[in-house]
Design a protein around this ligand. Structure first.
Ligand SMILES: NC(=O)c1ccc[n+]([C@@H]2O[C@H](COP(=O)([O-])OP(=O)(O)OC[C@H]3O[C@@H](n4cnc5c(N)ncnc54)[C@H](OP(=O)(O)O)[C@@H]3O)[C@@H](O)[C@H]2O)c1
Length: 354
């Protein structure tokens, strides 16, 4: 199977879709604006002629740009139909107003924001122009520690100003579950609309607190605010019913309570929260902080890791190393990637001796 993934070169979800497809042994090409501006119909036609994909997974969009979101999707749908490629169009729960208690695939879009209207327009063109098409509606995408949502929580937990709505409910989905579902849909013969959200409707504040707890940050410092009281336009309660996806997909879409639960390597009980919170927010180079964190908190506890540190040989696979050292409470999932990246950066420029 040869996949073309719009938004796959630079986008958050698109990048995951490309990696998931490649890992599963498919050909996958990720493209973004540098390859073709999807607002340009001729450029989109040329893109599909160049790559001749069996399926297109369309993730590209700009929330505030009708042309990128609606017209771009229309160009992709028309080009896919012309070239005979299957289309998996990623859409959003914001095509709904939130006035109903929950939404399954039979519900009609009734958007109340320009973004929701652009996604509804994109869906309509895709379903009209293409025979071999799936419209996959999803909700907040996060879970690997690097989503904009999680980074915002890290900033707030580190003292940045801001708050999270306690009266906006969404069915957040793990980015890896969603990427796997989209690749599975690209390969399947399912046609039509499918809801691919997570199982748990949670407020942004509840989600933020789960993220903070998972990442060893203090959830209680996160402040709530009311979307209704502030008069911020947009849907407030979007419960996406994804029961059909559970029937047609082998990929399981976990709920946020499950995928954000503190895992075996979570460390909220270790008493080292301030050090970790500082790690996220301090302007010091991460390599220096990491060395400091390990030195201060774990002297005598991590002799092997300190040996790596002394020798300048940083541990590439820190999660694996921590497990091997039977130190499951040391580093939270959310810090692993950053620490590994810090280690790599330090190897490139051998500095600090913290
Ligand atoms: N993130 C969420 O929580 C969420 C929730 C519900 C639904 N969704 C849907 O999920 C999809 C992916 O979201 P995401 O958060 O992964 O998006 P993202 O990280 O912001 O990525 C957007 C991608 O679209 C590309 N793009 C934008 N304008 C383009 C244009 N004119 N021509 C070509 N490429 C263009 C960008 O490329 P450049 O870098 O080159 O600009 C980028 O790769 C979207 O369809 C969105 O509606 C997202």
């Amino acid at each position: 199977m040869r996949l073309l993934v719009t938004g796959g070169r630079t986008g958050y979800l698109g990048g995951h879709v490309v990696r998931t497809a490649l890992t599963a042994g498919h050909e996958a090409v990720g493209v973004s604006t540098v390859d073709a501006d999807l607002r340009d119909r001729v450029a989109v036609d040329s893109l599909l002629e160049l790559h001749r994909p069996d399926a297109v997974v369309h993730t590209a969009y700009v929330q505030s740009d009708w042309d990128a979101t609606a017209a771009g999707a229309a160009h992709v749908a028309l080009a896919a139909a012309r070239s005979g490629a299957r289309l998996v169009l990623v859409s959003s729960d914001v095509v709904f107003s939130g006035s109903a208690h929950s939404y399954d695939e039979t519900a009609r879009p009734d958007p109340i924001t320009p973004y929701g209207a652009a996604k509804a327009a994109a869906e309509t063109v895709a379903l009209t122009a293409c025979e071999d098409v799936v419209v996959a509606r999803t909700s907040l995408i996060l879970g690997d520690g690097h989503s904009p949502h999680e980074r915002f929580v890290h900033d707030l937990a580190g003292g940045a100003s801001g708050a999270l709505f306690h009266d906006e409910l969404r069915c957040a989905v793990h980015v890896e579950d969603l990427a796997a579902a989209l690749v599975e849909l690209a390969l399947s013969d399912f046609r039509g609309v499918l809801h691919v959200g997570g199982a748990d409707p949670l407020s942004r504040l509840e989600l933020g607190r789960l993220v903070a707890a998972r990442d060893g940050l203090d959830p209680t410092v996160l402040r709530g605010s009311s979307r209704a009281a502030l008069g911020v336009p947009g849907p407030r309660e979007l419960r996406l019913d994804s029961h059909l996806a559970a029937e047609v997909l082998t990929t399981r879409l976990r709920g946020a309570r499950e995928f954000l639960a503190p895992g075996p390597c979570s460390s909220s009980a270790t008493g080292r929260l301030p050090a970790r919170a500082a790690w996220f927010t301090s302007p010091e180079p991460k390599a220096i902080q990491t060395a400091q964190l390990l030195t201060d908190a774990d002297v005598g506890v991590l002799p092997d890791l300190r040996e790596h540190e002394r020798s300048g040989e940083w541990v590439e696979d820190l999660p694996g190393a921590v497990r091997r050292l039977a130190m499951p409470d040391l580093i939270t999932v959310g810090t692993w990637a950053g620490i590994s990246a810090a280690g790599r950066a330090q190897r490139r420029s051998p500095s600090p001796s913290a």
